[in-house]
Ligand binder design. Structure first.
Ligand code: 6PG
Length: 253
C-alpha cells in the first residue's frame, strides 16, 4: 500500500502550535456539527495536549465557537488508574477543559480504567464504542477527529514498539502490558485510528525532533515506529509541529 504523504504544518513556539490545533479542532467540529448534528473526537493524553484543552475551555474565541452540547468526547488511550489519579488522561482533560465548559455528562465517554482488570476495561470500552456508533460485528467506529501525541520512542496512543496491539486487526480496544511503565494501558487499536475522518498528531519539543525526522523524512515508508502505522485510509492526516519538534526536518529548497 502506498501511503499518501501526510500534511505537515510547522508552527513556531508551542503557543502557536496549540492555537493552530485549537483552530483545527473548532473548524472540524463546526463542519461535523453542520453536516450531521454532532462531532466525535478521541482525545490524546500525556502533557502536550493540556494547553490545547485549556485554550478550548478558557474564555478565548474557541470556547464560544464550539457547540459543546453536540461534541462527544472519547479517549484514544488511558492509563490503568482511577479517574481521580494524577496520571489519568481523563482527569487531565477534565481539569483543563471539560470542567469549564457546558458539555453534557452523557457526552463524555471515558474509559473506566478504575476496573481491577485492564482487559475488562478494554472490553467495556469496546462495548461503549459499538453501542454509540451503532456498529455491526464487522464495522469500525469512524471518529470525526482523533488527536494523537508522539513519544520519543515513536509510540502513539498506547501503541508502543514491540506491542502485540500493533498487529491487531479485529479488536477495537486492547489492554497491552507496557514493560517500560510496568503497567497495563488501555488503547484504541490501529484499525480504529486509521478509520477516522481526520487524525492530527500534535508534537512539541526538542526531545521529539529525532523521531519526527525519522518518521517524516528519513524512513517514511518503514513501520519501525508505531506512529507510522497511522495513516487514515479515507481521512486526513495532519502533523502539527512546533519549531523545536521540527528542528531536524530538512526544509524543501
Ligand atoms: C499517553 C498518550 C501518549 C502521549 C505521548 C506523548 O497516554 O501518554 O496518549 O501517547 O501522547 O506519550 O506524551 P507527551 O505529550 O507527554 O510528550
Amino acid at each position: 500500500m502506498i501511503w499518501p504523504k501526510p500534511e505537515v504544518r510547522i508552527l513556531g513556539a508551542p503557543e502557536e502550535l496549540h492555537w493552530a490545533a485549537a483552530e483545527e479542532f473548532v473548524g472540524q467540529a463546526g463542519q461535523a456539527v453542520g453536516e450531521k448534528g454532532f462531532f466525535t473526537v478521541a482525545l490524546s493524553g500525556g502533557s502536550t495536549p493540556r494547553s490545547l484543552y485549556s485554550l478550548l475551555g478558557d474564555r478565548t474565541p474557541f470556547r464560544k465557537q464550539l457547540s459543546w452540547d453536540k461534541v462527544h468526547f472519547f479517549w484514544g488511550d488511558e492509563r490503568h488508574v482511577p479517574p481521580e489519579h494524577p496520571d489519568s488522561n481523563y482527569r487531565m482533560a477534565l481539569e483543563s477543559m471539560l470542567s469549564k465548559v457546558p458539555v453534557p455528562p452523557e457526552n463524555v465517554h471515558r474509559i473506566k480504567a478504575e476496573s481491577p482488570s485492564a482487559g475488562k476495561a478494554a472490553d467495556e470500552y469496546e462495548g461503549t464504542l459499538r453501542e454509540f456508533f451503532k456498529l455491526s460485528a464487522e464495522e469500525l467506529p469512524r471518529f470525526d477527529l482523533v488527536l494523537l501525541g508522539l513519544g520519543p520512542d515513536g509510540h502513539t496512543a498506547s501503541l508502543f514498539p514491540g506491542s502485540e496491539a500493533l498487529h491487531e486487526s479485529r479488536r477495537l480496544v486492547l489492554a497491552p502490558w507496557v514493560e517500560k511503565f510496568h503497567a497495563y494501558r488501555i488503547t484504541l487499536t490501529p484499525p480504529i485510528l486509521n478509520n477516522a475522518s481526520s487524525v492530527i498528531f500534535l508534537v512539541s519539543g526538542q526531545e521529539k525532533a529525532e523521531t519526527v525526522q525519522a518518521i517524516l523524512q528519513a524512513d517514511p515508508l518503514s513501520k519501525r515506529y508505531p506512529a507510522q502505522l497511522i495513516c487514515p485510509a479515507q481521512g486526513r492526516l495532519l502533523w502539527l509541529l512546533d519549531q523545536a519538534a521540527a528542528s531536524l526536518l530538512q526544509r524543501p529548497a
